[in-house]
Design a protein around this ligand. Structure first.
Ligand code: NAG
Ligand code: NAG
Ligand code: NAG
Ligand code: NAG
Length: 489
């Protein structure tokens, strides 16, 4: 046996030892020291101590076991790194899972925080889904890492609000590639109005998902958006094949991403990311506008029907941040003055945090009536709700962050406008319809004119004052009216 083969042989032997002794769980009398691992049954995930990037700090985390490029999906002691290799994961007398920074187990840097009575038998197990669960005597799962996500959403994990327990599960970025501490960016559900997810930087909204309900076609995150009495949030769908794909994460540079493992290339491939274009930046074009990512020669912002740029000079310089304001604010009204609605085809409905579902199952006509009777209702949309029917969503006040782009799957947003805009839009939007309307409108305007002129004619006549100028005026009015009527009817 030559030296090379000997080395190979011992290497295989070591591997075998590691494999045979690898376990997926620990009980109350056991622990995981730095250098030891838990490996899930099907070898999908590993739990152990690691140092991220260029850092030498030690963290307890979970990563893909089979992927050579260590991809950490969960971290316990995010903000409390362990210096040196003395970390130990074990149990306290309450059967609580605790991470100590010293081998004497005096200093705790993380705990599952399960409160309760003393428990003799607890088991912590790493599942093949990547979920670390803590099971106590009763057999109940008293804690699980899937309920406390860090920056990564694995298939089967739920992100959002559990209304029964009040638990808010959201993703938070790392501080940097070398520091898994809680960073600036988070991806979190906003349950008010119609729920939607926001990417936040601190408290600031950076980007937004489409609101609930999602259409299957719009489902770019490989996830379902649930909104019922128990929960509001998304569940990453477990792919049918065993492939490692469609994971959602928030990275430290401020992107929400969906990634998938490319077996042939041996690396992670980005499937989708946001924000990508300027229109993905929350409120890029200000209030009452739409943003449309187009070619660079065209300004991406435009005002909704019935609105005009608030700062026309900024607008000319292609700065839309000030948004739009209602046209003819002084002279015209959209409150019980014959106003109506103009349809805008849109991909991302405006921010729904202040929108109201007035009815989960009603016709579009009812929805319009509902919006019209409240003067502060600025727009409405009649939307298909899976398994329910047509829901009526109404907006009050400012419309923000509506995005349109060329995509077949669009929502119809109906924006409240005054009579002038309504007429203009009807004329512009559709030639055929425009002709039809004028066929009704012009004769009625003409006959109204005729009535007024005839009245004026008789009024002047009755005054008996048949001065020369008035006579001339009368006949001239007469002629003009006759001529006009002849040409238009
Ligand atoms: C840590 O615990 C050991 C024994 O468990 C004890 O001897 C030592 O004094 C403790 N150290 C501190 C700093 O509490
Ligand atoms: C556990 O509870 C302590 C004190 O209440 C808190 O500081 C800590 O953040 C909690 N840890 C986790 C992982 O929730
Ligand atoms: C756009 O205009 C706003 C004021 O309306 C101003 O605060 C902002 O700095 C401008 N942005 C750019 C890029 O010029
Ligand atoms: C109009 O709708 C708003 C928002 O729902 C509500 O606060 C207000 O009371 C409504 N006004 C009327 C007159 O119904």
């Amino acid at each position: 046996m030559n030296a090379e083969r000997l080395v190979l042989h011992s290497f295989l032997l070591i591997l075998q030892v590691i494999f045979c002794t690898s376990k997926d769980s620990i009980n109350t009398n056991q622990f995981v020291k730095d250098g030891e691992f838990l490996i899930s049954k099907g070898n999908n995930f590993a739990l152990g101590f690691f140092s991220p990037g260029k850092s030498s700090n030690r963290y307890l985390g979970i990563w893909y076991y089979k992927i050579p490029d260590q991809t950490v999906v969960w971290v316990a002691n995010r903000n409390n790194p362990i210096i040196g290799s003395s970390g130990v994961l074990s149990f306290d007398k309450y059967g609580n899972l605790v991470l100590y920074s010293d081998s004497n187990q005096n200093v705790s840097v993380w705990s599952a925080n399960v409160s309760g009575e003393e428990a003799d038998t607890s088991v912590a197990q790493l599942l093949d889904s990547g979920n670390l669960i803590l099971v106590q005597e009763s057999g109940n799962i008293v804690w699980q890492s899937f309920h406390y996500p860090t920056h990564y959403a694995l298939p089967g994990m739920k992100i959002g609000l559990d209304l029964r327990t009040g638990l808010d599960r959201f993703l938070t970025s790392w501080r940097s590639a070398d520091d898994p501490g809680v960073g600036d960016y988070s991806f979190k559900v906003n349950p008010s109005g119609s729920p939607q997810f926001f990417l936040y930087k601190g408290e600031k909204r950076v980007s937004r998902t489409s609101p609930w309900p999602w259409r299957p076609l719009r489902n770019i995150y490989n996830a379902k958006f649930v909104n019922d009495q128990d929960e509001i949030g998304i569940t990453s769908v477990i792919p049918d094949d065993d492939s490692i794909m469609g994971r959602l994460l928030v990275d430290h540079s401020g992107f929400v991403k969906s990634v998938k493992w490319d077996e042939s290339d041996g690396q992670w491939k980005e499937v989708w990311r946001a924000p990508r274009s300027q229109c993905d930046s929350y409120g890029w074009c200000g209030a009452y506008s739409t943003c449309e990512p187009t070619d660079i020669n065209k300004f991406e912002c435009s005002c909704l029907p019935g609105y005009e740029p608030k700062n026309p000079s900024d607008w000319l310089l292609r700065n839309g941040s000030a948004g739009c304001v209602r046209k003819r604010l002084e002279s015209s009204s959209v409150c019980m003055h014959g106003e109506g609605f103009v349809k805008v085809e849109i991909v991302f409905l405006p921010d729904t945090s202040a929108a109201v579902w007035v009815d989960m199952s009603t016709s579009q006509a009812n929805c319009e009536r509902e919006c019209k009777r409240n003067c502060s209702c600025s727009a409405y949309a009649s939307i298909d709700i899976p398994d329910k029917g047509r829901g009526c969503l109404t907006w009050y006040g400012e419309l923000r962050d509506a995005v349109r782009f060329k995509m077949s799957d669009r929502y119809e947003l109906y924006v409240r406008v005054d009579t002038i805009e309504l007429a203009e839009n009807a004329r512009k939007s559709n030639d055929f319809l425009g002709k039809e309307i004028s066929a009704i409108l012009i004769p009625s305007v003409a006959s109204a004119l005729l009535v007024v002129s005839i009245r004026a004619y008789f009024w002047l006549k009755k005054r008996g004052n048949k001065g020369k100028t008035e006579q001339a005026l009368l006949s001239r009015v007469d002629k003009v009216i006759r001529k006009k009527l002849k040409s238009e009817i």
